[in-house]
Design a protein around this ligand. Structure first.
Ligand code: CA
Ligand code: CA
Ligand code: CA
Length: 208
């Protein structure tokens, strides 16, 4: 009885306060070209209509499969054409090849300026090469963006405040670039929050 009450409370609460300003791509999953770099990214778009006309806050959730996250750079571009690199080869150039941890679609990566983990340190707390972010470390995998301009691939921007005051309506593009050959993966999906927070609590929520 206690659990039923809790579930009903969540369902009533979230759609009105949070989900109204969260948008998810309808694009199909796409393979990330191994070693494709900035010249050959995997991209998906979201077209927002009826959203906020002046951005105060942006958050992004990305669902990926990959066997070496240190290969990857992730960029989001607003309808106005502003680009922010939210992660740029985590662990590189601190280590030559970047962090070796894996990404699993069961553990989407969430990005918000208010989150506690540094995107550049993604996976650094995982003890083994075959470990999965969100499962073996970084639980939950919630990061503040770090363009890491020092890394290869040309990190762009500062953080999500780069989009402040822009119109959320229009087409947003998220691109994932794999900068080193040998390990590959897939961009499954991504979601965008305008003037809302990505609902991290939903990921660990299950009805038992
Ligand atoms: Ca790995
Ligand atoms: Ca880096
Ligand atoms: Ca690769």
């Amino acid at each position: 009885m206690k659990k039923v009450t809790k579930i009903a409370g969540l369902i009533a609460f979230i759609p009105t306060l949070t989900l109204a300003q969260i948008y998810t791509t309808s694009d199909a999953p796409i393979s990330i070209p191994d070693g494709g770099g900035t010249a050959n990214p995997a991209c998906q778009t979201i077209t927002v209509a009826g959203g906020p006309t002046s951005i105060t806050q942006v958050g992004v959730s990305v669902t990926l499969t990959h066997t070496w996250l240190g290969d990857l750079a992730i960029e989001v571009t607003s309808p106005a054409g502003t680009t922010l690199t939210i992660a740029n080869r985590p662990g590189h150039p601190g280590s030559s090849f970047g962090d070796s941890s894996d990404l699993d679609p069961n553990y989407p990566l969430d990005f918000d300026d208010g989150f506690g983990l540094d995107a550049e340190a993604m996976g650094a707390a995982c003890p083994n090469s075959g470990d999965t972010v969100g499962l073996d470390c970084d639980d939950p995998p919630d990061y503040f963006p770090n363009p890491d301009g020092a890394g290869t691939g040309g990190g762009v921007g500062t953080n999500f405040s780069d989009f402040a005051g822009e119109d959320c309506n229009g087409t947003w593009t998220l691109c994932v670039m794999d900068n080193v050959g040998g390990d590959s993966g897939t961009l499954h999906s991504w979601s965008l929050a305008c003037n809302a927070t990505i609902p991290v609590t939903l990921k660990s929520f299950s009805i038992e």
